[in-house]
Design a protein around this ligand. Structure first.
Ligand code: GDP
Ligand code: MG
Length: 163
């Protein structure tokens, strides 16, 4: 049961949009409201002759900041246990938030292979801004647009080379 990828990150960064792109489905619910995806969703993906499973995480629907942070933490801990590679999604439009720093901290300490995806890089001007996310201390950073597909080829080449 190899080749499992888990997508983590705070709500509204585009995890479900990326999941749908990777799995070629419209299974995950994409919503304007933060926290719409319920718990975890499993799908199949294929790139450069490599099959892998993708897990979309979510289930953060709550108004309490404490529970919210705890729910993100729980999803990251499960992802670290369950996945071979963790894809950590951040959002270039919002920039770095406290939640991003918390997740990055957990991932750095886990020693798990991590790819950081800077999403919503819909145009080339945003590529420059995406490099700010190197300050989170993770080695691999890929600017992508989950909506229009920009950058996803390079990201996927790297991903499947890491199994
Ligand atoms: P999740 O909560 O992390 O699963 O995020 P969603 O996939 O539900 O997306 C949250 C919002 O961001 C939706 O309005 C998406 O359409 C939007 N979004 C996702 N990917 C992109 C992207 O690459 N560019 C832009 N501009 N918006 C995006
Ligand atoms: Mg979602």
């Amino acid at each position: 049961m190899g080749n499992i990828v888990a997508i983590v990150g705070r709500p509204n960064v585009g995890k479900s949009t990326l999941f749908n792109r990777l799995t070629g489905t419209r299974q995950a619910i994409v919503n304007e409201e933060a926290g719409v995806t319920r718990d975890r969703l499993y799908g199949k993906a294929f790139w450069n002759g490599v099959d892998f499973s993708v897990i979309d995480t979510g289930g953060y629907a709550t108004n309490s900041d404490d529970i919210f942070e705890e729910a993100i933490r729980r999803q990251v801990v499960i992802a670290i246990e369950e996945a071979d590679i963790v894809v950590f999604v951040v959002d270039v439009v919002t920039g770095i938030t406290d939640y991003d720093e918390g997740v990055a901290d957990l991932l750095r300490r886990s020693q798990k292979p991590v790819l950081m995806v800077v999403n919503k890089v819909d145009n080339s001007e945003r590529i420059t801004e995406s490099s700010y996310f190197y300050s989170l201390g993770l080695e691999h950073l890929y600017p992508i647009s989950a909506i229009n597909g920009a950058g996803t080829g390079d990201f996927l080449d790297k991903l499947v080379s890491m199994f």
